[in-house]
Design a protein around this ligand. Structure first.
Ligand code: HEC
Ligand code: HEC
Length: 289
């Protein structure tokens, strides 16, 4: 190659790179409305975004890969925790986390009820953006997990500070057999949306956003026998079933689990799950002895 060839080569390859770059940029912009569901950007979502910025939530959290890696990534938070939980959490984070045990605490944000609703609308809109797997390795909330990974297990033991915080070794994959209701229930426990594992551990003493379900069968029998119980269940299985389809029928004691008679557990399972799926979840949980 002589000098002229070199220059020509540089010019042509730069030209090609520019054309490809512009093409991809235009293509990205064409896809944004679809990937971001831009038709779902309501006034509340916009207000929520302004409140998000005004309160510098990003000084500690990441969202869509941006922000500080101090606190959990909130890109998919509304899919890990329902609205009732998030509403209560944003009112008073200290009810849910203990500075001594978790060694970090979120300051109580100065937001009123409407602003909390707007923040949740914003976070819910973000959670539905097709972010094509970005960010790749976010810090998860306790119990949170990404599809196909089991960060939750590592996170749970990190949270509780014990190896007993897990019921399986990190990276282990549950064996699912096609017609064993208990195995199917265990798989559902991890895969329904929001995942039960986002809020419940099955290890004794490990309470996340919801109480541990390790001793649910024994607990259920005690609750049913107590005079305060106002639900309809007569057996442990019926109690677990009722807990899933009608979480507020009985409220597990503790201010971090419910407020004003309403459980923070999502009420969406009764309609989102098929009856046989609920039965499988019950079979799985009732199998703990
Ligand atoms: C000073 C740092 C800091 C700031 C600022 C902050 N957070 Fe947090 N946040 C945390 C930490 C730390 C956690 C993890 C829980 C804990 O240990 O308290 C957390 C947890 C959360 C969670 C998940 C709770 C759960 O268990 O599911 C949500 C939702 C959240 N923050 C929302 C917000 C919003 C919205 C803002 C802005 C109004 C905000 N945070 C500002 C530190 C912060
Ligand atoms: C956003 C957090 C959250 C998610 C997700 C969640 N739960 Fe819960 N769950 C709770 C809370 C909080 C309670 C305690 C308040 C109450 O009694 O309803 C609870 C209570 C329960 C109880 C009764 C426990 C007791 O001791 O009374 C059962 C059983 C249960 N959940 C099962 C499930 C199953 C199965 C799933 C998935 C299909 C699930 N939960 C998903 C938060 C959650």
């Amino acid at each position: 190659m002589n000098k002229r060839h070199t220059r020509l080569f540089a010019l042509i390859s730069t030209g090609i790179a520019v054309v490809v770059f512009l093409g991809l940029t235009v293509d990205s912009h064409r896809q944004f409305p679809k990937l971001t569901n831009s038709e779902n950007i309501t006034d509340s979502v916009i207000r929520g975004q302004n409140i998000w910025h005004a309160n510098n939530c990003i000084n500690c959290h990441t969202m869509l890969g941006e922000g500080a890696y101090y606190a959990p990534d909130l890109t998919k938070i509304t899919q890990h925790r329902g609205t009732p939980y998030l509403t209560a959490f944003l009112k008073d984070p200290s009810q849910f986390y203990d500075e001594k045990r978790h060694r970090r605490l979120m300051p109580t944000p100065k937001v009123n009820d409407q602003e909390i609703a707007d923040l949740i609308a914003f976070m819910d809109w973000v959670s539905k953006v097709d972010n094509q797997g970005w960010p790749p390795r976010p810090i998860m909330v306790s119990g949170g997990s990404l599809p196909g990974t089991d960060l939750s297990v590592a996170q749970q033991s990190a949270r509780s500070g014990t190896a007993e915080g897990t019921n399986m070794p990190p990276g282990a994959v549950p064996v699912t057999s096609a017609n064993d209701p208990i195995a199917l229930g265990e798989a559902l426990f991890r895969s329904v949306s929001p995942a039960c594992t986002a809020c419940h551990s099955t290890a004794p003493g490990v309470n996340l956003a919801g109480p541990t379900l390790a001793d649910i069968t024994a607990q259920a029998k005690l609750v049913i026998a107590s005079p305060d119980y106002k639900g309809k269940a007569k057996t442990a299985e019926e109690f677990i079933h009722e807990s899933i389809v009608e979480p507020s029928a009985y409220l597990h004691p503790g201010a971090m689990y419910s407020a004003n008679g309403v459980s923070f557990m999502p009420t969406t399972y009764a309609t989102d799950l098929k009856p046989e799926q609920i039965d499988q979840l019950v079979a799985y949980l009732a199998s703990f002895k």
